[in-house]
Design a protein around this ligand. Structure first.
Ligand SMILES: *[C@@H]1O[C@H](CO)[C@@H](O)[C@H](O)[C@H]1NC(C)=O
Ligand SMILES: *[C@@H]1O[C@H](CO)[C@@H](O)[C@H](O)[C@H]1NC(C)=O
Ligand SMILES: *[C@@H]1O[C@H](CO)[C@@H](O)[C@H](O)[C@H]1NC(C)=O
Ligand SMILES: *[C@@H]1O[C@H](CO)[C@@H](O)[C@H](O)[C@H]1NC(C)=O
Ligand SMILES: *[C@@H]1O[C@H](CO)[C@@H](O)[C@H](O)[C@H]1NC(C)=O
Ligand SMILES: *[C@@H]1O[C@H](CO)[C@@H](O)[C@H](O)[C@H]1NC(C)=O
Ligand SMILES: *[C@@H]1O[C@H](CO)[C@@H](O)[C@H](O)[C@H]1NC(C)=O
Length: 343
């Protein structure tokens, strides 16, 4: 009991100190200048849950809520309250068009820099449009990413939401990811939308990823996981828990240290009603004479895999009247060989 009280005291003190730091910054004036042709827009809007509108205002030549800043504009503003982070969020969207010219590829910068932005929850969004046959690869420098289920949240509040454009109007959710995991690269085709959520109390000032163009990957996406040591990763089919898009192909690649073994287990899945082709998973396993090894989702999946391997999920042409839902959540467990006698 005494221990608990002590913990509460420390937490309370922390809140008070934070409050003081915020207060000192209150009334600050901000200036955001977005260069012409930068294709960046900034929006400062009420957060969720929305507090009563008269508690805090954005002041810039009068009260303006929400405040929207377009490329080519310079806006000076301040807040009428001491704690704007409790009322507002900021969304920074950059559109990158690779259809009309070469893409500015490489390391992605947070622009405008977090040092000129007010201390609010920030969402940086990059919307990249490319031609149908161009592969786009997102590469995550350390830390690598850990996939979470839709609606789950990350312990530090830093969240990566990644979608792929499959035609001009349709986006497919590839997944939502936290910052400590195994996912090192995600390859998509045609277009990518990446949203990075940074809560106001987090001091991260870099995006943590780069974008590269690749040749066509001839499928919805490829997700690469790298294991340095023993561990596990839980991964999901695109759009999970909703249905995997009809007649699509998705691949996961696994990089595993040579002295360890991998076991694949399907945690949850359902299949759709196919009129043409069969839904299946295919493994490319080093040393196998029957590559690719084809399994139904209900089959027992391979264990004791030595070396790097990949796993692909192939959808089918669904019954239009009663399509059903193809979805898969699975785990890859990497550990030392458990039993020498079983291969
Ligand atoms: C902004 O978009 C235009 C038209 O899509 C494009 O030509 C230009 O290169 C883009 N600028 C930047 C900095 O991405
Ligand atoms: C800011 O983010 C935190 C944690 O992610 C959340 O609890 C809080 O409600 C958000 N604030 C606003 C104003 O949306
Ligand atoms: C990442 O964080 C979660 C939650 O804190 C933890 O359960 C998990 O083991 C961590 N994973 C890795 C790979 O560090
Ligand atoms: C990010 O913060 C670190 C340490 O605070 C600093 O050294 C670095 O220059 C900053 N980077 C950017 C892009 O602002
Ligand atoms: C990536 O884009 C550059 C410039 O547009 C081009 O020269 C290169 O061939 C592209 N690479 C691939 C793999 O498509
Ligand atoms: C899967 O693995 C096989 C064998 O290692 C390789 O030939 C193939 O290119 C891989 N495919 C993908 C999409 O990673
Ligand atoms: C190892 O595998 C063999 C054959 O698969 C089995 O009979 C034995 O019980 C296993 N031993 C352990 C310790 O799991």
């Amino acid at each position: 009991m005494a221990g608990l009280n002590c913990g509460v005291m420390v937490a309370l003190l922390g809140v008070l100190l934070l409050g003081a730091a915020r207060l000192a910054r209150g009334g600050e004036t901000y200036e955001i200048a977005l260069p012409h042709g930068s294709n960046i827009t900034v929006l400062i809007k009420p957060g969720v849950p929305t507090l009563p509108a008269n508690v805090c205002h954005i002041i810039s030549k009068g009260w303006v809520t929400p405040l929207s800043i377009k490329a080519g504009e310079t806006v000076v503003f301040s807040f009428s309250c001491q704690d704007p982070q409790n009322h507002f969020v900021i969304e920074i969207q950059k559109n990158i068009d690779c259809m009309s010219g070469p893409c500015p590829f490489g390391e992605v910068h947070l622009q405008p820099s977090t040092s000129v932005l007010p201390t609010l929850n920030r969402t940086f969004i990059w919307d990249v449009k490319a031609n149908k046959n161009i592969g786009l690869e997102l590469q995550f420098s350390l830390p690598r990413l850990r996939q979470i289920r839709w609606g789950e949240s990350c312990p530090d509040g830093v969240t990566h939401s990644i979608s792929s454009r499959v035609d001009t109007t349709t986006m497919v959710r590839i997944g939502t990811f936290c910052s400590n995991g195994t996912v090192s690269r995600i390859k998509m085709q045609e277009g990518v939308k990446m949203a990075l959520d940074l809560p106001w109390f987090h001091n991260r000032n870099v995006s943590g990823f780069s974008i590269t163009n690749r040749s066509s990957i001839k499928r919805l996406c490829i997700i690469e996981s790298v294991f340095e040591d023993e561990g596990s990763a839980t991964l999901m089919s695109a759009n999970y828990p909703d249905g995997f898009p009809e007649d699509e192909l998705m691949t996961w690649q696994f990089i595993i240290p040579a002295h360890l073994r991998a076991i694949v287990s399907f945690l949850q899945f359902s299949v759709s009603n196919c009129v043409k082709k069969e839904e299946r998973v295919e493994y490319c396993i080093p040393g196998s004479t029957t590559n690719p090894e084809v399994f139904k989702l209900k089959d027992e999946q391979p264990g004791n895999i030595a070396g790097n391997f990949n796993l692909s999920l192939q959808g089918c042409d669904q019954d239009a009247q009663n399509p059903g839902i193809l979805r898969l959540q699975f785990q890859v467990l990497v550990q030392h060989p458990q039993n020498e006698s079983s291969k």
